[in-house]
Design a protein around this ligand. Sequence first.
Ligand code: UDX
Ligand code: ADP
Length: 463
Amino acid sequence: MTNHKGIRKIACIGAGYVGGPTMSVIAQKNPHIQVTVVDLNAGRIDAWNDENFDNLPVYEPGLDAVIAEARGRNLFFSTHVEKAIMEADMIFISVNTPTKTYGKGKGQAADLKFIELCARQIAEVATSPKIIVEKSTIPVRTAATIKSILDHTGKGVPFQVLSNPEFLAEGTAIQDLYKPDRILIGGEDPDAIAALRSIYEAWVPSDRIIATNLWSSELSKLVANAFLAQRVSSINSISELCEVTGANVDEVAQAIGRDSRIGPKFLKASVGFGGSCFQKDLLNLVYIARSYNLNQVADYWEQVIKINDHQKIRFAEKIIQTMYNTVNGKKIAFMGWAFKKDTNDTRESAAIYVADHLLEERAKIEVFDPKVQENQIYNDLNALATRSKEENQKLLKAVSSPYQACEGAHAIALLTEWDEFIEYDWQRIKNNMRKPAFVFDGRKILDRKKLEDLGFIYYAIGE
Ligand code: UDX
Ligand code: ADP
């Protein structure tokens, strides 16, 4: 088993939202290469190996079919990290790089503890040459850290370090992997670059594979996410202006999006962006800029996060204000908890912050999300540490039916744009709610006319 650049075995450290789907597709498209995804979290590995695809740790449309084809053939999920490292010719690092919660750079800088641990472990175990590929989003110049650790603590075997950031978006991961806009490879060694390139060339046209220097590649990932987040904050800032001027933000987005220089994508006003990347990467960019004393640059990008925080709180405040300035004791049904549709991921989801704000006002919340599990919802809220776990449990309930969530509710807050929400029996929902029945659509997916005809009081962002 080998490809023409000599890669026979790949290991990937980290079986999360990036490592799992990415390696599954690499294995599917390169049946001659053995791909082993390892993780310290045994529960997660068991879930990746589960016969029942509903139990996979990551929900992604189309992922089950990829796993069905490749798992057990040339795709393996395992907790044997050292064995996988030892045998691999190429090692992808796909571990988490959360925002630091302590010490210097707390709340802004990326925590590179997990990356460093991986580098040390690779150095300790490796007895043959390896190509190390950074997949995780990392601050610019991290490759230098990895290389230094490998060279100083290794057994004298040669290592090449490449940057190959992943641009997939959750919910569309498989399609994004199948048809990437570009594959970015940063590095110095032509042979290592060619080896990685050949893996992608199994299905990606070569003109879509771009090679740059290491630092451009590392920085491009942060900058791509910063630009995308900035677009969402830009349109969200305009949504507030629309609400006071009588303009409609969807119409404005459509009008400006027709300008080919602006383009129509990523202009959907919302209750605020979430996800594991945007905020983390922006904070990181701001931190890096400040560390070079580029304060104007840092302030500029920081504003993107401030608008996002403002949008989440503004939505919660709108609910309170519209409901006669009090939500104390009132039941509010949450439709959706995930940070976007078609994923079970809730990291940095706007729903968490909107709920927290409403709970401070003593609202009672019942949440329905098609894919998010109850314990995840409590974990998210408890992590904010605004109130005790017991209190969160008392004030918020997760339920398995949307109709149950809405039963006896004073209001519905729609936080995630799941398609199924549009198709619900809104007459039935209305009949079982308190009157007046309010709907606050944080994603602008429902039909205003239909809901108003049914007698709802309907509010949508940016109208
Ligand atoms: C993002 C990048 O798109 C991806 O390239 C990168 O690899 C990881 O970060 P992801 O966070 O999975 O992907 O989802 P994305 O579709 O970018 O959405 C991020 C957030 O912005 C979501 O909360 C989404 O609801 C919100 N959003 C997006 C809007 O509110 N309006 C939009 O127009 C687009
Ligand atoms: P991402 O969204 O970037 O994929 P996740 O948090 O979903 O992030 O996944 C990262 C995974 O990496 C986690 O499952 C975590 O257990 C794993 N991980 C972190 N450090 C190590 C390590 N040193 N060895 C193996 N697995 C690790």
